[in-house]
Design a binder for this molecule. Structure first.
Ligand code: MG
Length: 368
């Protein structure tokens, strides 16, 4: 498997690299160039794609892939990054952007710490490391200068874009890179990256938080009910102040729990007449909004509905879709389960329906 698709600390190497740019305030557009025939694999690796990410098919070598990616971008400044450097940090991106205030092209670089030697016919010969730097990516360019360098380069292949821009006569500069921004090259590099990512060294806030919710509503003979935001036809109804959708109530409580925002009763008191018969989607939508204001974004939701009746199975797909829609998630990140309690207890006797939910959120950088 190409190294950019290999798993690393819970997601693919490529997804790590994309995430650093996705969370950078000045990054407007991300173009991922993949080798011919690898688009589907890349999509799998990226998971739920942000709207700002575009996939293009590149060529057989680095230069043609870069050409294809740059052609698909529209911004006046372009940063070109090796996906195999997943430990890129925000300050390196900032330094490259700052360097572009002065130069046509900029590469992050770190000094050479080790003594260097050349082995030739005369044996081992020391090499002076003064003025030598190790360049990294992302390499940044003013778009016009890059387009000019690309057109001048013709079919020639270059090891990186700074070399190509140099050949085209661009004004270039180096800015501080980061030792942690190393390129995954050897098998041991994956172990090292795994440890560093686990320690949160990327500068990207990767804290996840979890909340749980539980709710019960009474079941009585009636003409159907709303459950997990879906209308179910049944000779039963859930009884409560709002539409009594125990599924959405449990999810709302779980989300509020993850965001540290109390419970549904504090935000929507059952004594408030405004919520009489209300569509419970309103509660969850409100929870999504205030959680976002607190820096918590849902990334996953798991629900268990506990009842003998109605049958949940036929409605699971619609419930997944509706809950995902309200939470702003891909349906793949929502799971709906159902169980009975073997005729035991209030759920077993059909007196009520219970719902449990777990919501996982990612905390963004603004979160305390
Ligand atoms: Mg309730």
């Amino acid at each position: 498997m190409p190294k950019q698709f290999r798993p690393l600390a819970g997601k693919s190497v490529l997804a790590h690299s994309v995430a650093v740019f996705e969370s950078h305030a000045r990054c407007a557009e991300i173009v991922v160039a993949v080798a011919p025939g690898q688009k589907a694999q890349a999509m799998d690796c990226l998971g739920a794609l942000n709207e700002s990410v575009v996939l293009v098919e590149g060529g057989d070598d680095r230069s043609s892939s870069v050409r294809a990616a740059v052609a698909a971008s529209t911004q006046s400044r372009v940063l070109i990054h090796d996906a195999a450097r997943p430990l890129l940090t925000q300050p390196v991106i900032d330094a490259v952007l700052e360097g572009l205030e002065i130069h046509d092209g900029v590469a992050p670089a770190v000094p050479v710490a080790d003594a260097l030697a050349r082995v030739g016919e005369d044996g081992v010969e020391p090499v002076d490391r003064t003025d030598l730097w190790r360049t990294q990516t992302p390499q940044g360019f003013k778009r016009d200068a890059l387009m000019d360098a690309i057109s001048k380069s013709g079919d020639r292949s270059f090891p990186d874009e700074i070399s190509m821009a140099r050949a085209a006569g661009c004004g270039l500069g180096l800015v501080p890179g980061d030792e942690a921004n190393f390129k995954l090259t050897w098998p041991a590099d994956f172990d090292r990256a795994e440890i560093l990512l686990g320690a949160g060294s990327t500068g990207v806030e990767t804290v996840t938080v979890t909340g749980m919710g539980y709710d019960v509503h009474r079941l009585e003979p009636g003409e159907g009910m709303a459950l997990c935001g879906v209308r179910i036809a049944a000779p039963l109804a859930l009884v409560g102040h709002s539409d009594a959708d125990a599924g959405l109530h449990a999810i709302t409580d779980a989300l509020l729990g993850a965001a540290g925002l109390g419970d549904i009763g504090e935000h929507f008191p059952p004594t408030d007449d405004r919520w009489a018969g209300a569509d419970s989607a309103i509660f969850l939508q409100h929870a999504v909004q205030i959680a976002a204001e607190a820096g918590a974004r849902p990334v996953h939701c798991d629900v268990t509905l506990i009842c003998e009746r109605p049958k949940i199975g036929p409605h699971k797909a619609a419930m997944k879709a509706r809950v995902a829609e309200i939470l702003g998630l891909s349906p793949a990140r929502v799971n709906i389960k159902a169980t009975t309690t073997e005729k035991l207890g209030f759920t077993g006797r059909g007196e009520g329906l219970a719902a449990e939910a777990v919501v996982t959120c990612r905390l963004d950088g603004r979160a305390p």
